[in-house]
Ligand binder design. Structure first.
Ligand code: FE2
Ligand code: FE2
Length: 198
């Protein structure tokens, strides 16, 4: 049976995935509007989305997965070794794709429509990549964690994901990102089923 701690950590991971998904859907919506010749918000909004995507996974979400969830799972089993190596590689790959997106966005701002197809394709590629990353975690890693981690393991993972062992220190980055997230989802409507319960 799941302990309350287990539910807290898992809930937090799923909530963070849901928020990342909403912002990525916002990015897709943005380029698809431009692609159809419809009015899209200014590129500053896309920059805000990219900033959120860059900061949230890199500073808040991935380090906790790598340093706590994946590390403790490795101590409990070898059965996930290949999957965890792949997911850690994807964390690094995701960061480089975001850097590429920033670069192509800058070119799009400077050079205009000739660069748009490259920009659109990279957003589509990033979305496909990141949705599949989260699916692998949700369908393989989280069920294995439920099965294999001990209550002591969960106490550590839970503490990390609810903020007591935040890998970043000082500034209220998470609060700032929450504010930015609300701003983004209010500017670009995500599909109704994905809207946050505010
Ligand atoms: Fe991840
Ligand atoms: Fe994740």
């Amino acid at each position: 049976m799941e302990s309350p701690r287990q539910r807290n950590a898992l809930r937090t991971i799923m909530d963070e995935h849901e928020q990342l998904s909403m912002v990525i859907h916002g990015m897709l919506h943005f380029v698809r509007l431009i692609d159809k010749g419809e009015k899209a918000p200014g590129l500053m909004v896309f920059r805000a989305m990219l900033y959120y995507i860059r900061e949230y996974p890199e500073h808040v979400h991935h380090p906790k997965e790598d340093q706590y969830l994946f590390k403790l799972l490795r101590e409990r089993t070898n059965e996930l070794d290949d999957t965890l190596v792949e997911l850690e590689y994807q964390h690094t790959l995701g960061e480089s794709l975001v850097r590429e997106l920033e670069h192509v966005l800058a070119r799009y701002e400077l050079e205009g429509s000739p660069v748009f197809p490259m920009f659109r394709d990279l957003v589509e590629k990033y979305a496909t990549f990141y949705f599949s990353h989260m699916r692998l975690e949700e369908e393989v890693v989280l069920p294995a964690a439920k099965r294999l981690l001990t209550p002591e393991n969960w106490a550590v993972v839970d503490a990390a994901f609810v903020g007591n062992l935040d890998p970043f220190s000082g500034a209220n980055l998470k609060d700032d990102l929450e504010q930015l997230f609300l701003l983004i989802v209010n500017i670009i409507p995500a599909p109704a089923s994905l809207r946050p319960a505010i």
